[in-house]
Ligand binder design. Structure first.
Ligand code: HEC
Length: 167
């Protein structure tokens, strides 16, 4: 492409209204949770570990990671968590190791769950927006209606966040 063609192309792309790309914006919406509009944050697999958990009902192993804003708040003992805090909980089936019997290890991945702090946008739910995803796709609205109630009832004195920083 010569220089003229390239800049004409760039202008055309910049000038086109987003409505002309219905499939891409529609696809992006589908990846956001109902009610809260929370997506899976980019780069979360590189975030620092906050804690781990095991749940006996679903028999899952979990790792909770946080973005740099979250980790700074944990280390400084800041509550409530500041806007911009994002926590991600990754879960896997809890399976017996085939290589060493006494060990239990992560099996298939089950869910990714996200909490985002934005005290204005999510004022009705303690400043937290919630998202639960299976294979990258958000689960239904009914499941998202349960998030805040359980977190608010369980950990009122820790800004609705269960996980404490592991040392
Ligand atoms: C019945 C109670 C309950 C419900 C409902 C619930 N959670 Fe949680 N959540 C917990 C508990 C307990 C933990 C900490 C232990 C663990 O990780 O399993 C937790 C941890 C988390 C964490 C890590 C931060 C923290 O608070 O420790 C995220 C993120 C999270 N949940 C997201 C969600 C989302 C999104 C929903 C709704 C789709 C949801 N939760 C619904 C009980 C609940």
């Amino acid at each position: 492409m010569n220089r003229f063609a390239l800049s004409a192309f760039a202008i055309a792309v910049v000038a086109l209204p987003p409505a002309l790309f219905p499939t891409s914006s529609h696809a992006a919406d589908e990846l956001k949770s109902p009610i809260f509009g929370v997506g899976i944050p980019e780069g979360y697999r590189q975030w620092e570990l906050v804690g781990v958990a095991h749940e006996s009902g679903l028999d899952e192993l979990r790792a909770i990671v946080g973005n740099p804003v979250a980790l700074k708040a944990y280390r400084d003992g800041v509550l409530p968590f500041p806007d911009g805090t994002v926590l991600a909980k990754l879960a896997w089936k809890h399976v017996q190791s085939t290589e060493f019997e006494p060990a239990f290890v992560p099996g298939a991945a089950t869910t990714v769950q996200i909490m985002v702090k934005d005290s204005v946008r999510y004022a009705d739910t303690g400043g937290w927006g919630f998202g639960r995803f299976i294979d990258g796709t958000p689960v239904d609205e009914a499941q998202h209606q349960t998030c805040f109630g359980c977190h608010a009832a369980g950990v009122k004195d820790h800004d609705r966040v269960f996980t404490r920083l592991v040392r």
